[in-house]
Structures are given as structure tokens and as C-alpha cells.
Design a protein around this ligand. Sequence first.
Ligand SMILES: [Zn+2]
Length: 81
Amino acid sequence: MILYQYRCTGCGHSFEALNNIHERDTAVCPVCAHLAEQQIAGGHFSLPGTDTAFPTAADKWAKRHRRANRDNLIDLGLPVD
Ligand SMILES: [Zn+2]
């Protein structure tokens, strides 16, 4: 069972409901019992890592760039990790 987002075709009510992946296209509206269609969610996104307000993403970004620049850091005599 996966949580899906639905919008009622009768009253426009939006709601979330658990549904089987094979029956995810439609659900019954809890307000008016009309047919509701699945809504497409916002999808996956990743933070750029340059905003320090998100420390985990910022650490991941820094680690990835240090790893990519490892040879340059060694050439410059700077510490590597
Ligand atoms: Zn409805």
C-alpha cells in the first residue's frame, strides 16, 4: 500500500489515501463518495548543497567537491579530508 494524492471529480476535495499500486488511478471521495482521480505529486528534488541552512546537503556537496578536487588539493599542498 502506498499513499497517493487524489482530487474528487465531483466536489474538488483533495485528500490522501493508501491504495494498491494496481488500483492507484482512482479512489472514492470521503466527502461525497464521488470518483476521485489520482494527482501527480511534486516529485523528487535534491538541494543544491550551497545553502548552509540545509547542513546535511551542504556537507554532502562539500565532500563531493573535495573528492573531485583531490588531485588539485594535493598539488596545492592543502589537506585532503
Ligand atoms: Zn467529493
